[in-house]
Ligand binder design. Sequence first.
Ligand code: SAM
Length: 445
Amino acid sequence: MIMLPSEFLARMEALLGKEYGAFLAALDRPLQKGLRLGPKGQDLDLTAGFGLTPVPWAENGYTYDPDTRPGKHPYHEAGAYYLQEPSAMAPAAMLGAKPGERVLDLCAAPGGKSTQLAASMEGRGLLVCNEVSPKRARILSRNIERMGISNALVLNMHPRDLARRFSGFFDRVLVDAPCSGEGMFRKEEAAVTDWSPETVDMCAGRQLEILRSAASMLRLGGTLCYSTCTFAPEEDEGVMARFLAECPDFSPVEADVPWFDHAKPEWAEPFDSRVSAGFRLWPHKLSGEGHFLMLLGREGDTEPADLPAVKGGPVPAALSEFLRDLDIALPAGELISFGQALYLVPTGTPVLDGLKVLRPGLELGELKKGRFEPAHALALWLRTCARTADFPADSREIADYLRGQVLPGDGIGWTLITVDGLSLGWAKASAGQLKNHYPKGLRWT
Ligand code: SAM
């Protein structure tokens, strides 16, 4: 049994009454592991191989048999799926982002919910993934790349500073807030050791501040989702009641979700009966960790605010030649140089000057001595192209490729390496060999 803080246990016993025994027993059971198939993985049949069982509240979400270790599989490197525990799939599923919308994930790292929102958007519209911690923002950026997403920006901003730039800009905003993490007690030991009643109060105050920024960035008529992975009512219901009291133009969005319990407004100060529209996900009632979520609508109905958009330049001849040679059609977007690299910025992206940007869209590659060298991100976004070399997931060639070794192969020029048809990275063919261009930092050891 994990050693849980006595104040936490006393509070949960008082709140849960008869259910407390079942709750405690659930915390002592092993973590429920899950994965969500991304658009690239949806045609694979992984059910038997990974022991998949559908998660009822999330499209393409599954629990898996942990002995099968899907995180150590070439399909993972190809972005076929994202490892995400089942309850964590609920907020983005319920926010309901649609193709063509402007969507903000304000507290986005490591990227589980961003990559899920991207899947709902089917590559159309603008997804802004923001993370305040520089280190975590880099992990987020790598996950956006791995999942082959073309219409996302990755920013590293404080919500307050972002709010100054994006007033009324987004159709939907997700605030998956930093919280006291009680729902993760059986997942991360640090969640237990970092916990204290003071942490709960500090998190509640911080969440309210983040929500104020989030609210100002939502257009009239837009939808906000607030979520946490804690049971603490001072956060969850308490924060929602305080937010509703401060922001009269917001009201709860009702939803009928049979797997989740309604929130408990009577557990928090101030009491606001409308907070019962929120949901609690209990580890003793479903296969997943503890979560809270609530959807809020902003009154009114306006088009999102217009901001001056990025205007790109012409396609350099070397890039045109590369695209023609491999028969690649790029999605809509503006071509810009960012550092050494060329990026395709999603159409309608506001001018990014003054923002800390890690990824301004789809990284295409670099011009080197007049030649174009494609980026890993471009490989992962592609479904196919005119020159590919395909190998089965369990082949020696794929293991060698992921370790950075040269493969045997025909042809000449840039070649897309695919694993069972899923793009994995680049190689350059010449003289009967495929020279390895899998990024050094990602290679298997
Ligand atoms: N949504 C992410 C996912 O699905 O992978 C998980 C987000 S995690 C629950 C909360 C994030 O909020 C952390 O990455 C943390 O660094 C960030 N955070 C911490 N303090 C913050 C603040 N003051 N404003 C915004 N985000 C903050």
